[in-house]
Design a protein around this ligand. Sequence first.
Ligand SMILES: Nc1ncnc2c1ncn2[C@@H]1O[C@H](COP(=O)(O)OP(=O)(O)OP(=O)(O)O)[C@@H](O)[C@H]1O
Ligand SMILES: [Mg+2]
Length: 463
Amino acid sequence: MTVLWSRADLEAATSGRFPSSGAGVIAGTGVSIDTRTLQPGDVFIALIGENSNGHAHAAAALAAGAAAVVAHEPCGDDPRILKVEDTLAALQGMARFARARFAGRMLAVTGSVGKTSVKDMLHAALGACGPTHCAVASYNNHWGVPLTLARLPAASAYCVCEIGMNHPGEIAPLAAMVRPDVAVVTTVAASHLGLMGSIDAIAQEKAELLLALPAGGIGVIPAGIAGNTHFERNATHVGAMLWRVGTTPECTARADDVAQDAHGSTFSLTLPGWRGVARVNAPGRHMAENAMLALAAAHAAGADMGRAVAGLATFRPGAGRGALAKVMHDNVALLDESYNASPASVRAALDLLGLVATGRRIAVLGDMLELGTFARHEHASLLPAVRANADAVFCCGPNMKILFDSLPPALRGAWAPDSTTLAPLVRAGLRAGDTVMVKGSLGSRMRHVVAALQADDAPVGPA
Ligand SMILES: Nc1ncnc2c1ncn2[C@@H]1O[C@H](COP(=O)(O)OP(=O)(O)OP(=O)(O)O)[C@@H](O)[C@H]1O
Ligand SMILES: [Mg+2]
């Protein structure tokens, strides 16, 4: 196993010191912030969380085989404990150190929706071209980004980081740590609108990522992105190129002949100096657009596109992000979109329902959260997309009540205050051959509805 962190490198990266008494070899092969998932050989960083203090687990980490513990509170005198000023700052120091010694191509992905999907598509595409290091899950915040970098093997060919944001000012410091060669912005849309205030403010924040590009670096954005001038200004400011991805002739990366089916999309793609046909095995226009961005970014990073296209074909959507499965008796199909929701992703999921359903189209929608004073408007304005793509609608939560009450009576399935109460109502309203799409913010717990449908193998209809 590759050694990521030696004694000298850990001290240099964190400005910390091991006790002078212990001169033994330190050979960290990984980095952990959680003893429940710690692997022997990991360097354990004792972070302070909202409801937890890693220092309380330092002894457990060492007992589980940690190569070292990084700590700023007293937690024993083991010679493997590296004393630092502040553990989060130490993790960030390790991230900068690992970034500095990395000679491969660095890619960063931000956007209102689609970050993890594009990051995982890049993982599949670039992984077919050379050793590729990627963020685990959605590790995209003030500890997730440095943790991803601190785990980066110096000899990787590619690294893909996901960068997220809930508040203004979050992207710039993370982008400066990542220092991407290729920066992808998937979308600018109303997510976290409550804290950001406007779509323009969101675009301005996302465009901060481009300021971390070097001269000659490449920004990859959808052709129709909102707040375009922010991206142009920032790319020009640092001397980076801007690649626009879309279906119109002036795009740098142009997709043609986009053919969608229930399991994915096929399209031809024209990039600077390359042309070919690609397939993504995740249904929906939004996943096709994500795939176009991922391939454009892979090309921008210098990947062998024959291999990248073959690699992309192995991508599958993550849990709760649009996989289609048959569930229950009577041929009921489930589109599990329960992972999370924002106005853009609910519209994408409704389109997907319209695309893949063979029988009746049933939409089950829980509240979209973090929209602040825009919540009423954003829920109400889903009506046209719902009318176009659903034959019956089940809703839960106070915000979705606004949408539910505006539905024509023929579309109204049922409304309930929460997902647990809604689940049996959905089940009772189903008929053989229906396709059910379940979506809502994580906090709306729509997975209860998914679990209830998956667990129930009785014939559909009223129990
Ligand atoms: N380009 C897109 N347009 C609209 N919806 C999308 C797009 N890409 C993905 N989605 C949908 O948005 C939801 C979240 O997708 P994904 O996890 O890729 O986004 P994310 O930006 O990483 O989210 P998070 O902020 O939670 O990390 C899923 O339901 C997915 O199907
Ligand atoms: Mg994510």
